[in-house]
Design a protein around this ligand. Sequence first.
Ligand SMILES: Nc1nc2c(ncn2[C@@H]2O[C@H](COP(=O)(O)OP(=O)(O)O)[C@@H](O)[C@H]2O)c(=O)[nH]1
Ligand SMILES: [Mg+2]
Length: 639
Amino acid sequence: MIVGTAGHIDHGKTALVKALTGIDADRLKEEKARGITIDLGYAYSDLGDGRQLGFVDVPGHERFVHNMLAGATGIDAALLVVSAAEGVKPQTVEHLQIVDLLGLDRGVVALTKADLASDDQLLERMAEIEALLASTALAGAEIVPVSSLTGQGIDELKGKLLALGESRRAAGGFARLAVDRCFVLPGAGVVVTGTVHAGEIAVDDHLLLTPSGLEARVRSLHAQNRPAERGRAGERCALNLSGPRLSKESVRRGDWVVSAELHEPTERPDVRLKLLAAEAQPLRHWAPVHVHLGAAHVMGRVALLEGDRLEPGQSMLAQLVLEEKVGALAGDRIVLRDPSASRTIAGATVIDPFGLPRNRRTPRRLAELAALAQGDAAVLPKFLRLEAGFVERKRFGLARNLRPAEVDTLLAEAGGVKLGGFALLGETLETARRDLVGGLAAFHQSHADLPGLQPERLRLAMTKRWPLPVFRALVDLEVQAKRIVVDGPFLRLPSHSLKLGARDEALWKKISAELIRERFRPPRVRDFAEAHHVPEADVRRLMQRLARLGRVVEVAHDQYFLRPVVAEMIGIAHGFGRDFTAAEFRDNLDNGRKVAILVLEFFDRHGITVRRGDLRRTVANKLQHFGPLPSSSASSSPS
Ligand SMILES: Nc1nc2c(ncn2[C@@H]2O[C@H](COP(=O)(O)OP(=O)(O)O)[C@@H](O)[C@H]2O)c(=O)[nH]1
Ligand SMILES: [Mg+2]
């Protein structure tokens, strides 16, 4: 259990920590010289029976509230310190607000300097404090009069602190430690200290720093001030880290040391934000604020999502648009201070660490946030019934620090099924599958002469517009199940085959026979029309359709070659194995002398040949453009 002090300057916080642990937490020279705490101090007390209390001592001065915040994020319980001589003062109130905003509901109040006050005064102070606590999560907390000078009440206070119980931080999940100090230890290297917010960190673990992404290996560690093999959620740890680009300068207070799975910095968390009732003014959309999350402190703006202003005491969904990336997970508490950092104005809880840059206040998005604000077990049943209809499994787990197996369990309980990297309700998937297959069937019906639909056109033709990655996963599923077929660039139903219609089929039979017979000098559209007594336009339409199907190729206007014949002619050109002239090509084209020039011009247009003066050369990567070359010519290619 880690206890953090809170309270006004000079009320005896540091002296009390010393009375409880024997340790002077003021470690800086300047702190000694000025007699005030500036930065966080740490002290541990072993109770001899294996139990231990860890203390984070914070500065009380209003100028150092940002340091207080960096320490307060890692504590499990608050030790609110109020001087019996002075009573409640401004930083007593602000620190208590912060404790409340961080969601800390366990704590004890120490009424210090009891040696300076009469019994009546003590009673008066206690009543004053009770009234102050009443509207906070610490309402009803024990108040213990103590004196660090005489030792009065110190043991009783220790007992009350121990009675608060153990740390409740999540032992499961991936590891996450909020860095509140970083220094270099001669002979050891970079050391960071902080509270393990979740999971477990062990010697030799390979971790990442968020937001920088720097790699760090744990060379050794201390947990609660003692050498250890591992540090667990709720413990303060010092990690001796090594990594290729690691230095004192590359790690800052506010960074997180995390398992690789949790490294996903964000600069726009979506939150539920509550403006303190004590604020005099409403909070306006896009107001600049100081944002404190974990041990981090960055500047940002408040994008209100449900209106343009937020009244004191009210709460609203908001997006914090940060100037720098930070590590954040759902459920993390945030404290906001005013632009001049002179007072705490609001608190927030992260709902989705990964807010949207656009469309962040649409009704659709607000409904999603409402669903995401639920506890882990309640989210998916709600979320999967929303308009989007799906969840990205990895991101969902990441945002809530859940392991894949835990996500799977929640999914199963919610009636969800996996689809690639996504998950949907079973019935949603069924509907989507029917939509997909139905869309193809409808297309085949209206375009019997086409082989199928390009995927993107099918996606847009569906009743529900799925994002591309989800659509792809859906197609993969259906292809694997053989309910649809990938046919070149098209998707089609397995049952779909092209039908030309009886008349066209009969005509094509005759035409294809002639195309085979006269393969290097095929008749033109008009020739076919005259020979078979059909309107020229009908023949042209038929040939165009066959070209779309990949059976024939229009080499020159109205002059179609069978597709394999085009490949064969490419093979002939390539077979020279050197630059060649039009005359040489014509001589090798058997009876196709008349069309040889048209064919070469067709090759030039398609980049199959490159022409320089009278000479041409084939281009290697274009040879297969019209299908595989006949084997004899392909093998005779020059080296
Ligand atoms: N008489 C008396 N003086 C105290 C007591 N606790 C602290 N002090 C004095 O109050 C001053 C401020 O104490 P300190 O612990 O630095 O306060 P902090 O700013 O809250 O950390 C110091 O001069 C202490 O000696 C106490 O219980 N009784
Ligand atoms: Mg102090």
